[in-house]
Design a protein around this ligand. Sequence first.
Ligand code: ADP
Length: 421
Amino acid sequence: MGWFGGGKDKTAAPKAALAADLQDEKQRSQIILNAIDDGVTLIAPDGTIQMFNPAAVAITGWPAEEATGLQWQNVFKLVNEKNEEYPDQKNPFIQVFNSPEPFRDNDAFLSTRGNKQIPISLSLTPLTDPQGNHTAVVAIFRDVTKERQEEKQRADFISTASHEMRTPVAAIEGYLALAMNNKVATIDSRAMSYLEKAHTSTQHLGRLFQDLLTSAKAEDGRLTSHPVAVEIGAFLESLAGDLKFSAEKKGLQMEFVLGSSDTIDATNTRNVVKPLYYTKVDPDRLREVVTNIFDNGVKYTDTGKVTLGMTGDDKVVQIYVKDTGPGIPAEDIGHLFQKFYRVDNSATRTIGGTGLGLFICRKIVELYGGRIWAESEVGKGSSFFINLPRITTAQAQELQKQESAQTSVESLQAAAASVVQ
Ligand code: ADP
């Protein structure tokens, strides 16, 4: 008999060691899962919850022994900020079971067991076997209440500060304008050149505060918006005059293209029925967006042309602005719509700007379920596109009827209130 005893013992020892190792491994994983602050859960392909760590218990309010074995729908009730249930096509839990890709959602709210809505950051990763079949889904989620509160405080601070600072800046701008007006003040030409510079900087500061205020509002959903049915052809036509003026002031040509050439017969417009492209937006907000993009085209283009146009199909209305300016490098294109992003080149360093315009444009376009993006080739110019969901003429007329009914109710209420007073 050897030192280890009989043959049976010889295999038993490594087996025991392996079992101990596995046990160790499991314990280590368990310790980690128990210690982390993020909720971690494992969901089987049949939708049942297989594992629920203590942080998941603390966030959802579901005890682990109750949650385990339940279908995920019972525990993970996702709602949006208006407390509306997520539709299936937006629900990342449903999406992830049909996809090899992981899903993230930072805007969801989780309705807890006690029916409390808490903001969460959620990440879902599908686990697949070599054949690509789902073997499980790992969900990791975090309560972001504190982060949201801090974000809100920051945004409140920015909007209060920019609101308060706009007033004195407007006063300075006004006094500078008075000082520069030769009907009310007498100054020499040197002082005038200083004042002109001060006036330009003050205007820039005023615009910066205005943009900061708008972007803070856009971020926390306080941007006022009264969406109505708008026919984009007529809308752009009425805007084109002002835009043409700003282009021509800089010596640039302005072109306005309504629809593709096969939809509009320029020689015989009276006999051709122009298609009506309706969408549901706040016209003041959309005007801000189009003006901003067009003004950028003018601002960054030295010679040539800025084109404003519209096209579309049965689902989409597309507005575009194209210029013959310097273009935008490919590596910057993806960042243009981020806050404070400015392309760092000699042109932008000399041309003033806040880097907030396109960020605000994106926020506004997204408010109406639209998309905004840019395409460009350096040296050849840039094109900006806005896609908005198209509504039918019948839907637009229905909306207009509701709007006018609402307006008459409001004017009746106002009239009644004035009689009572
Ligand atoms: P800004 O106030 O700097 O113009 P925007 O957010 O409107 O801020 O634009 C972000 C950046 O995108 C600009 O600083 C500029 O570098 C680039 N950009 C925007 N429009 C154009 C354009 N038509 N041609 C070239 N560059 C552009």
